[in-house]
Design a protein around this ligand. Structure first.
Ligand SMILES: [Zn+2]
Length: 228
């Protein structure tokens, strides 16, 4: 230890060496920050299921949490339960929307402190209506109804403005949905109608007619309304 300190003192006489010593002192911290940044950008070090068929399947994974690797930094044994994401699970009812998980900073300085959520695939992240309601809206749009008529028949008791916002969001998601659906299977027939209508048809071809929004989230492990 004494030798190391003497070497550090000698080196610190030169300004450039001081900078080098500073970098060497903080390289672990810098790597951790870099790892967090890469993780937040969506580049997973390893895969982890984020959408589940139901709460029962989710709870099975929660029991195995200490043995799993963090999907952001790859550290093992650092994942802990970190409370719940609560809010409106339907426009009129509050409840638990997701289980929050945190990659804790352990005594050995592992972990990246990133927090993320695990949820059933029938729940849409950051939305107060469920996948079933969104699918009903999409089905109504497929029949050629206007946005107003499709929204009023979707069964989601929110204002028409929300319906128009949701339609614009679907239009923004269209390229992402198209790319992800192509990763599963190409469309069987050449598309007719608008680009959004073609994506809806492709969605049914890949995931069937029964709540394809939920099936999409569970199969691809992605938020259906993600735009990145
Ligand atoms: Zn981590």
């Amino acid at each position: 230890m004494a030798v190391v300190i003497r070497e550090a003192e000698v080196l610190s006489e030169v300004p450039q060496c001081r900078l080098l010593i500073l970098i060497m002192s903080y390289w672990k911290w810098a790597l951790r920050v870099l790892g967090c940044c890469v993780g937040r950008g969506g580049q997973y070090c390893c895969r982890m299921q984020l959408f589940f068929r139901n709460w029962k399947d989710l709870n099975i994974v929660l029991e195995q949490l200490p043995a799993l690797q963090c999907p952001f930094c790859g550290a093992g044994g650092t994942l802990i339960r970190y409370g719940f994401n609560r809010g409106y699970i339907t426009p009129v009812r509050r409840g638990i929307r997701a289980q929050r998980i945190r990659c804790k900073l352990s005594p050995r300085r592992k972990g990246c402190t990133v927090t993320f959520c695990l949820r059933p695939s029938s729940y849409l992240p950051r939305r107060c209506f469920r996948a079933k309601g969104l699918w009903a809206f999409i089905q109504q749009l497929r029949t050629g109804r206007s946005i107003k008529a499709a929204w009023e028949n979707s069964g989601i008791p929110l204002s028409l403005d929300t319906g128009y916002r949701l339609y614009r969001r679907l239009a923004l998601c269209q390229p992402i949905l198209r790319t992800n659906l192509w990763s599963r299977a190409p469309p069987k027939k050449s598309g007719a109608g608008s680009a959004l209508r073609q994506v809806f048809d492709h969605l049914i071809e890949v995931f069937g007619d029964e709540c394809a929004v939920r099936a999409y989230q569970e199969a691809l492990q992605r938020d259906f309304l993600a735009i990145a």
